[in-house]
Design a protein around this ligand. Structure first.
Ligand code: FDA
Length: 497
C-alpha cells in the first residue's frame, strides 16, 4: 500500500528475486515483491491459464497489438497476427539490433522458458564468473539450486521409445554420425506427468506443444517451487501488475521506491511510494539494467559507478533449422521440453540445444538453439531526448555465433547430404540472428557490484539476477542465475542483516 515501510523490497519475481525472497523470509525478514506482470493464477474463458504455442491470443504477448513470434514464418508463410493489447506473458522487447524475449508475471522467465536446466561444465566455469569460488559453487550452490528448482533427468528407457522424442533421437543420430558429443540435459518438467500425458491419463501440456506462452501443467515453474515455499513462510507478499519506476535514498534512511499499478491494458491506474531499508534488483538483465541506467543518469542514484549498463551479451544465441530426408522424420508429436544438446564448446565454441518444433504436423525439420562463445558485448545508455534506455547491440555482432554454429551444422549437413531450412525466419534467412532468449549482464558482478551483488555507491542496494553475469554462461542460464543468487544471498543475510 502507498506509504508502507518494508525491511526488504524485491523488484521482480524471476529466478534471482524468488531465491532472495525465500532465503530472506526464512531468515525472519519480511519481504515485499513487486512484479509488473500478472499473477497467472486464474483461467480464462477457455478454462486455461495460458494459451497454446500454436494459437497465441491476448494472453501471449506483453502489450503488443500484433504477435512477434520467434519463428516469424512457417513453410515460408508469415504467421504473426493481430491480438488485443494485454499484459501477456511473453515480452518481445525490441532494441535497435535485437529482440529480447522475456517472461512477464509472477515467476518471470520460468513461465515461458523451455525448462532446460544446465549446470555448466566445471572446467568452463572460470570463464563464466571468474571472481567466484568455483569449488563452493559446485559443492554447495549448484546442488542447492538444482534441488530448489526440482531439476531431474528424463527416464532414458522411456525416452528411447517415446514418440514425442523422435526428433531428439534423430538429433542424436545426426550428431553422433558426425562425431559430436551428444549430451542429455536435465529439465524442470515433471517427467512422471509427461509419461501420463503420453498415455492419455491427464490433460496434455508439453505434448500439445505448450511452452512459449506458458505451460498449463507439468512444468515446475518458480510458482511451484521457490515462490510456493516463500509463501509458506508467511513473510512474503507479492504485488502483481505493479512496476517499479524509481528507487532513491529516503530522507530518514533506506530508500523510497516509486511504483505504478497497471491494469491489463498496461494503463497506469495508481502511483504509490513505499520505503524500504534494502532493495533487491531482480527485474532480469534488461529490467534491472534499464532501471539502474535511468536512475544514475537522472540523479536518483548518482553514486552508482561507471560500470552500470555495461557488459551485456545475448549468451551467443542463434537459431537454425535443417531439412531432413524423408527417412529422417522428426515426428508430428514433439514434446516441447528439450532433453539434449550437441556439445562442441571446446572445439567450436557452440553448445546446440536439440529443440522441439511442435507444429502438430510432420515437418522433416531438425531445429536447434545454439549457445555460442560470442565475445561481443553491448551497453545500455540513457537517451535523454527520447526518455528511454537504449542498447547498442548490432545484428552484425551475431556473426561469431553463426560461425560457431556452423562448426556443427555445416558438418552434419555435409555428412547427411542435407541443407539448412530457409522458411522459418522470414525472407529466405537461414539464421535466427535477430533475437535472444538469454539476456545476461548490464550490472556485472565484481564491476557494478562487489563480489556478492552489493551495488557500489549506495549501501543497501543489491543486484541478484541475470544482470550480474557478464554476457555469456556457455549453457542455458537459469541454473547459474539461481546458484549465484543462492551464494550471494547467503553472504548478504549473514553479513548485512
Ligand atoms: P527474469 O526475467 O526471470 O525475471 C525478472 C522479472 O522482473 C520478470 O517477471 C519481469 O516482469 C519483472 N520486472 C522487470 N522489470 C520490472 C519492474 N520495473 N518492476 C517490477 N517488475 C519488473 N533458460 C534456461 O536456463 N533454460 C531454458 O530452457 C530457457 N528457455 C527460455 C525460453 C524462452 C522463450 C525465454 C524467454 C527464456 C528462456 N531461458 C531459458 C532464459 C531464462 O528464462 C532467463 O535466463 C531467466 O528467466 C532470467 O532470470 P532472472 O531472475 O534474471 O530474471
Amino acid at each position: 500500500a502507498d506509504g508502507a515501510a518494508v525491511p526488504a523490497l524485491v523488484i521482480g519475481s524471476g529466478y534471482g528475486g524468488s531465491v532472495a525472497a525465500l532465503r530472506l523470509a526464512q531468515a525472519g525478514v519480511d519481504v515485499h515483491m513487486v512484479e509488473m506482470g500478472m499473477a497467472w493464477d486464474t483461467p480464462g474463458s477457455d478454462g486455461k491459464i495460458f494459451a497454446n504455442t500454436t494459437a497465441p491470443d491476448y494472453r501471449s504477448f506483453w502489450l503488443r497489438t500484433r504477435t512477434k513470434q520467434p519463428l516469424s514464418s512457417f513453410l515460408g508463410f508469415p504467421i504473426d497476427k493481430d491480438v488485443p493489447r494485454f499484459t501477456g506473458v511473453l515480452d518481445a522487447e525490441e532494441f535497435a539490433g535485437i529482440t529480447v524475449y522475456q517472461g512477464r508475471g509472477v515467476g518471470g522467465g520460468s513461465l515461458v522458458n523451455g525448462g532446460m536446466a544446465v549446470t555448466p561444465r566445471r572446467e568452463n566455469f572460470g570463464a563464466v564468473l571468474p571472481t567466484v569460488n568455483a569449488d563452493e559453487m559446485y559443492a554447495t550452490y549448484y546442488p542447492r539450486a538444482n534441488t530448489g528448482l526440482g531439476v531431474a533427468h528424463v527416464d532414458p528407457a522411456w525416452w528411447e521409445s517415446a514418440a514425442c522424442y523422435q526428433y531428439a533421437r534423430v538429433g542424436r543420430k545426426h550428431a553422433q554420425r558426425s562425431g559430436f558429443p551428444f549430451v542429455f540435459v536435465p529439465n524442470v518438467y515433471d517427467w512422471e506427468y509427461m509419461k501420463q500425458e503420453a498415455t492419455g491419463n491427464v490433460p496434455k501440456s508439453a505434448l500439445v506443444g505448450e511452452v512459449l506462452y506458458g505451460n498449463n501443467h507439468g512444468k515446475k515453474t518458480l510458482q511451484k517451487t521457490y515462490l510456493a515455499r516463500a509463501a509458506q513462510t508467511g513473510r512474503v507478499t507479492v504485488s502483481p501488475l505493479h512496476r517499479v519506476t524509481s528507487v532513491a535514498p529516503a530522507a530518514g534512511g533506506g530508500y523510497t521506491v516509486a511504483i505504478e499499478q497497471l491494469d491489463t491494458t498496461g494503463a497506469v491506474t495508481a502511483t504509490k511510494a513505499v520505503t524500504a531499508d534494502r532493495v533487491f534488483f531482480a527485474a532480469g538483465s534488461v529490467g534491472t539494467t534499464k532501471l539502474l541506467v535511468k536512475l544514475k543518469a537522472k540523479g536518483q542514484l548518482p553514486l552508482l559507478n561507471g560500470e552500470i549498463g555495461k557488459g551485456w551479451g545475448d549468451n551467443g544465441n542463434v537459431m537454425c533449422g535443417r531439412a531432413n530426408h524423408m527417412w529422417d522424420a522428426t515426428g508430428k508429436l514433439q514434446a516441447s521440453m528439450p532433453t539434449a544438446g550437441i556439445d562442441n564448446w571446446a572445439a567450436g565454441g557452440a553448445f546446440a540445444e536439440v529443440a522441439p518444433l511442435p507444429t502438430g504436423i510432420e515437418t522433416y525439420a531438425s531445429f536447434y538453439l545454439s549457445i555460442t562463445r560470442n565475445p561481443n558485448r553491448a551497453a545500455f545508455t540513457w537517451n535523454a531526448a527520447a526518455g528511454r534506455v537504449d542498447l547498442n547491440w548490432q545484428t552484425a555482432w551475431k556473426q561469431p555465433s553463426i560461425d560457431a554454429a556452423k562448426t556443427i551444422f555445416d558438418k552434419i549437413n555435409a555428412k547427411e547430404g542435407t541443407i539448412y531450412r530457409t522458411d522459418l525466419f522470414g525472407g529466405s534467412k537461414i539464421w535466427g540472428d535477430h533475437l535472444t532468449y538469454h539476456p545476461l549482464g548490464g550490472a556485472v558482478l565484481g564491476k557494478a557490484t562487489d563480489n556478492y551483488g552489493r551495488l557500489h555507491g549506495h549501501a543497501g542496494l543489491y543486484v541478484i539476477d541475470g544482470a550480474l553475469i557478464p554476457g555469456n554462461a556457455g549453457v542455458n542460464p537459469f541454473v547459474t542465475i539461481t546458484a549465484l543468487a543462492e551464494r550471494n544471498i547467503e553472504r548478504i543475510i549473514a553479513a548485512d542483516f
